[in-house]
Design a protein around this ligand. Structure first.
Ligand SMILES: Nc1ncnc2c1ncn2[C@@H]1O[C@H](COP(=O)(O)OP(=O)(O)OP(=O)(O)O)[C@@H](O)[C@H]1O
Length: 343
């Protein structure tokens, strides 16, 4: 297994920059998630790491050895990387066993490695089926087996669960991550789904407009996003119009603590609150918030309330007082804040 280091990598297509100085570090045996909106350059970065495309500038090292620079390029077949592309990855005219054998050297095709790898992903009983005879989840497991069979140093997976419905997506993702952990693989999983990234990764890299804007442990990135983009990309973020003064924030929902990185400045700022940080409190203790709408959601009710200029969705108990026309709110826990420049 190998570490991966991407250092100031840039790539343009037809004069249009797609990657603008990307830095990424994945340690040996680590699962990293690359999270970002559509079009931010995730697939392009994976293809550069796999060696399908050349970098314009910067460097990619795999296992400490340079694999890509503007002046030198190790071809994909010499990188020992397993690539799991987006849906439709299996060859339709080959059986499951044929698909998995495809990437193996001829001498290893009859060696039991195919059966061993299919067993690893729990698909040994499917060896003689064709892809169209498999469910979506089974297809993804076989695609993973095909990538793992040649014992690659690194596995890269490009939105591997996109074609699956939400329920199946969660369970197949958990199985794939468990398999990667059993093999000790270093892996990079591309996704645009924050929950999937949080659930699978040791290290989360947030990508926006051709750059990695933050990389760190999933908890850290969620609780202490370093930029407004990182806050928005990593899950629901309510941005309150506030001020920072002496290490604390004032917001339309009252005073709030700040994460350490946001304490050293002062001025008008966007205060980033995660929905679960907004608490219903007793009358008189928090900000007055009229209820605009309420919606029963089974295990809870969702209230839409206004606070100053903001419309906010707040979770309340399922049987929340039907006669109430307002609630009182407070912010719990520390928030990230971003100074508003030029205002
Ligand atoms: N071979 C190419 N030629 C020209 N433009 C390209 C090429 N490959 C990618 N692009 C452009 O680069 C940008 C980034 O594409 P990329 O596929 O890397 O994004 P992404 O983050 O993976 O998006 P998605 O989540 O939608 O798959 C897009 O604007 C795309 O149109």
């Amino acid at each position: 297994m190998a570490s991966v280091t991407v250092d100031s990598v840039s790539k343009s297509y037809g004069g249009q920059p797609v990657l603008r100085g990307v830095d990424l570090a994945v340690r040996e045996g680590e699962i990293a998630a690359l999270l970002g909106p559509s079009g931010c350059g995730k697939t392009t970065l994976l293809r550069l790491i796999a060696g399908f495309e050349r970098v314009d500038a910067g460097e990619i090292a795999i296992g400490g050895e340079t694999a890509s620079r503007a002046a030198s390029h190790t071809p994909p077949e010499k990188r020992r990387i397993g690539y799991v592309p987006q849906e439709g990855a299996l060859f339709p005219h080959l059986t499951v066993a044929g698909n998995v054998a495809y990437g193996l050297p001829r001498a290893e095709r009859g060696s039991g490695r195919v059966a061993e790898t299919l067993a690893l992903v729990g698909c040994e009983a499917l060896a003689d089926r064709y892809p169209h005879q498999l469910s979506g989840g089974q297809q993804q497991r076989v695609a993973l087996a095909r990538a793992l069979a040649p014992r690659p140093r690194l596995i890269v997976l490009d939105e591997p669960f996109n074609g699956l419905d939400l329920e199946l997506r969660r369970s197949v993702c958990a199985e794939v991550v468990a398999t990667l952990r059993r093999t000790g693989a270093t892996a990079i999983i591309v996704t645009h789904d924050p929950e999937e990234a949080f659930a699978s990764a040791d290290s989360l890299a947030v990508m926006h407009a051709g750059r990695i804007v933050q990389q760190g442990a999933p908890r850290t990135v969620y609780r202490a996003p370093g930029t407004l983009e990182a806050a928005r990309i990593t899950g629901p973020a309510i941005l309150l119009d506030g001020t920072i003064h002496e290490g604390r924030a004032e917001t339309p929902i009252g005073a709030a603590e700040l994460i350490e990185a946001s304490r050293g400045v002062s001025g008008a700022a966007d205060i980033c609150v995660r929905p679960e940080q907004i608490a219903l409190v007793a009358h008189g203790l928090g900000a007055h918030a009229p209820i605009l709408e309420r919606s029963f959601r089974g295990d809870h009710s969702l209230l839409t309330v206004t606070v100053g200029e903001h419309r906010i969705a707040v979770r309340a108990p399922a049987d929340f007082d039907a006669a109430a026309d307002h609630v009182h709110l407070a912010v719990e826990g520390a928030c990230a804040a971003f100074l508003r420049r030029g205002r």
